[in-house]
Design a protein around this ligand. Structure first.
Ligand code: ADP
Length: 270
């Protein structure tokens, strides 16, 4: 049954009811369009590394007599494969976050652990980029949620901060408890984001500088994951930036009470 037809009938009964139905149709059309765009963009993004792998495989075949060339092509295949792995992993995280299904493991999570794990996960990247990664602020703050997803979200902010910063600069991760909200801020002294791009960087596959993002291994999905992960935890993301000077991304989450000793014991005995 066409909802528009229902809406026409509903308008006879009540104009409010018909307005509601029309809203529902537009919302559904918007979601359908988003889904179609997502599939189209995803296929496009996957095509590039898949195409590269098959070209490189052909190149290996024709360079079989030259071990040096074979090694170079093989290492490029491996790089493309890891890019494909990262891309599919992020697509899966994003679709899980957008699905109605509940988060994997929800419980009290220490912000200290989230920050420590996400910094540790990017120590090598910071080192090879010549960027100093620092940590500061409040300790002993807890939130309720899925620790792995939150580590991934903070990790994405750190990865970007390093990727879009010059050698010798500093990336700071700071924690501030403010009433019943905790802020995790990732600040860099990098290239910054223009006002026009600030509106769009959280969109899936949006990149302010396509070429640079690809060079730095970007997928265009990192910030979209940050936004959805934060929203699923009842929080929000804020962005402050000045082009040429740097950016600060802040994840704000509702604070929860620290689990008491009994909880910790019952968790351990599980
Ligand atoms: P990507 O994987 O391309 O980095 P993201 O979704 O994580 O995708 O970010 C989207 C775009 O936002 C990036 O391509 C980049 O242009 C911009 N961006 C994100 N973080 C920063 C930052 N810390 N400094 C400057 N630009 C950034």
């Amino acid at each position: 049954l066409d909802p528009r037809l229902v809406s026409a009938r509903a308008s006879v009964i009540s104009p409010q009811l018909s307005l509601l139905i029309i809203r529902d149709v537009t919302e559904r059309e918007r979601l359908d369009q988003m889904r179609t765009d997502f599939v189209a963009n995803t296929s496009h993004e996957l095509k590039t590394p898949v195409g590269a792998v098959s070209l490189l495989a052909e190149a290996i075949d024709s360079a079989a007599d030259d071990p040096d060339q074979v090694r170079i092509f093989a290492s490029r295949i491996s790089a493309e494969a890891s890019r494909l792995g990262q891309l599919t992993g992020r697509i899966m995280t994003l679709s899980r976050l957008q699905a109605a299904e509940s988060l994997a493991e929800v419980g009290a999570v220490a912000i200290d652990e989230i920050v420590a794990a996400s910094i540790e996960g990017h120590a090598v990247q910071a080192d090879s980029a010549g960027v100093e990664l620092t940590r500061g602020g409040d300790r002993g703050v807890w939130v309720r949620g899925d620790g792995q997803i939150l580590i991934e979200a903070v990790g994405n902010l750190i990865a970007n901060a390093i990727a879009y910063s010059p050698k010798g600069s500093r990336v700071g991760v700071g924690v501030k408890a403010d009433g019943d909200v905790v802020e995790i801020a990732v600040t860099d002294q990098g290239i910054g984001i223009s006002e026009a791009d600030r509106e769009r960087v959280f969109e899936r596959f949006y990149r302010a500088d396509e070429a640079r993002s690809r060079r730095t291994g970007g997928t265009g999905l990192g910030l979209s994951i940050v936004k959805h992960a934060t929203q699923r935890h009842g929080g929000e993301v804020r962005l402050w930036s000045r082009p040429g000077r740097g950016s600060t991304f802040t994840i704000r989450l509702p604070i929860t009470a620290a689990p008491d000793a009994d909880d910790a014991v019952s968790k351990k005995s599980k």
